[in-house]
Design a protein around this ligand. Structure first.
Ligand code: UGA
Length: 444
């Protein structure tokens, strides 16, 4: 099938590359001149496992091409995807201006088309319920082309996006048109795992499913983070509890890891948006507000614990921050808990030496020379009063902690992701504080 993807950001590029890899002829449209140049030269502008190689392969095979202009790219298209960003506005509502611009350009590009074969226009951006209906109305008013709008939310996780696309647990299709539904079925046929994982519903159900899925996962994390407070208060162990809860198949083991809070480009924005989406139908969602409050409280709680247990004043203390990305295996720092926690540390006049395997260039743009940037965890820990682990990079689990202790001023570690074993830290001579687990305190 000839597919045009408008917007080659994270979702668009993964969608374009993966659709090409299953045999479709794909054109990606990118407005940003610098990014377009990178793509046209065959380079992948983002860090995502497997994506760069797959992209190069598809470009070489001639199935994936990039352009800067919508009109030439939609000329032969049988299907158009809208994959532009839908970022949050300062008040938490969704900024749909990129989508509106893309729809306006599409209308312009389709001026010459009258009737013809039905072309699905697929909204892949995360949008509030009612948006696809509005897009459909605009396209019908402003063009004479035979178009059906489809809402097709994405469920990709950063770090495993290619795998998630090629082996999806479910594909959600919101449309009112049986013909568009059949075309979507044909498009995705090679990746549909089981017939029942291809779900069709109306526009609003599909749009809301995306927000509900992210809010449900965020709620599980916030619930467990709330439990870390009780565990610390009563001397219980959140990790033991997590295993026990996860074995109940009605609960399941996923997204139950407590820590310094969730981050990323999706959970924070989508949960905040759901608060406004609720308000639009006259409902004040206490539930959504609680998810948000627990998540932000967890970051301040981590900082306060660090200050309380540091064993010296925080002013002029040297703190090694390990992990800047919002999760492991990505260089993405959007809404990363590390941003808030470093800010609290700097505001309290601590010296911060930070390290991360991938995310230093991005975090440098936030803090510049207010933070000392270190290539590796050992260098960051040298002479430190404490280490704070803020991202669960696997390489932090396999270090020799006797050696880490030897280079620090005092062997104190605050593990915001429960990466390490308290027993191991005790043997290495550490004072060790994690989230929702009994502390290893050398002074006791
Ligand atoms: C999330 C969803 O998992 C995807 O299904 C969705 O498609 C995507 O958002 C999106 O809307 O585009 P992603 O943001 O890549 O994917 O990251 P996750 O792996 O879900 O992690 C989100 C945050 O939750 C991270 O900060 C992570 O450290 C945290 N987390 C995750 C926990 O604190 N505990 C857990 O048990 C799991």
């Amino acid at each position: 099938m000839e597919v045009t993807i408008i917007g080659c950001g994270y979702v668009g590029l993964v969608t374009a590359t993966c659709l090409a890899s299953i045999g479709h002829m794909v054109r990606g449209v990118e407005k940003d001149a610098q990014k377009l140049k990178t793509l046209q030269e065959g380079h992948c502008p983002i860090f995502e496992a497997m994506l760069a190689d797959l992209m190069k392969e598809q470009c070489r095979a001639g199935r994936l091409r990039f352009a800067g202009d919508v009109s030439s790219a939609v000329r032969d298209a049988e299907m158009v995807f809208l994959c532009v960003g839908s970022p949050p506005k300062p008040d938490g509502t969704v900024d749909l201006s990129y989508l509106d611009d893309a729809v306006a350009e599409l209308c312009e590009a389709l001026q010459g088309r009258i009737g013809g074969h039905m072309m699905p226009v697929v909204v892949k951006s995360t949008v509030p319920p009612g948006t696809s209906r509005r897009v459909s109305r605009i396209l019908r008013e402003k063009t004479k082309a035979n178009i059906e709008v489809v809402d097709n939310p994405e469920f990709l996780r950063e770090g495993s996006a290619v795998k998630d696309f090629l082996e999806p647990e479910r594909i959600v299709i919101g449309t009112e048109s049986p013909d568009a539904m059949r075309m979507m079925r044909r498009l995705y046929d090679p990746v549909i795992q089981r017939p029942e994982s291809f779900l069709t519903m109306n526009w609003e159900s599909a749009e809301l499913t995306k927000y509900a899925a992210n809010a449900m996962l965020a709620a599980r994390i916030s619930f467990m983070n709330e439990m870390t407070i009780l565990c610390e208060g009563y001397g219980a162990d959140i990790e033991a509890m997590r295993q026990a809860l996860g074995l109940d198949h009605r609960i399941g083991p996923w997204f139950l890891k407590g820590g310094v809070g969730y981050g990323g480009s999706c959970f924070p924005k989508d949960v905040a948006a759901l608060e406004h989406i609720s308000r639009n139908v006259g409902h004040e969602s206490l539930f959504v507000r609680a998810i948000l409050a627990v998540n932000s409280g967890q970051k301040t709680r981590f900082f306060r614990k660090l200050v309380a247990k540091l064993g010296r004043p925080i002013q002029q203390a040297q703190i090694a921050v390990w992990g800047l990305a919002f999760k492991a295996e990505t260089d993405d720092i959007r809404e990363s808990p590390a941003i808030d926690i470093i800010r609290y540390l700097l505001d309290a006049q601590a010296y911060v030496r930070a390290t991360d395997p991938k995310a230093i260039p991005n975090m440098k743009r936030v803090f510049g020379d207010r933070v000392e940037w270190c290539e590796d965890p050992m260098t960051a820990a040298a002479d430190a009063d404490a280490v704070a682990i803020l991202t669960d990079w696997p390489q932090y689990c396999t270090l020799s902690y006797e050696k880490v202790a030897a280079v620090m001023k005092r062997p104190v570690l605050f593990d915001g992701r429960n990466c390490l074993h308290p027993e191991m830290m005790k043997e290495a001579g550490f004072e060790y504080h994690s989230m929702g687990r009994p502390a290893v305190d050398r002074r006791v």
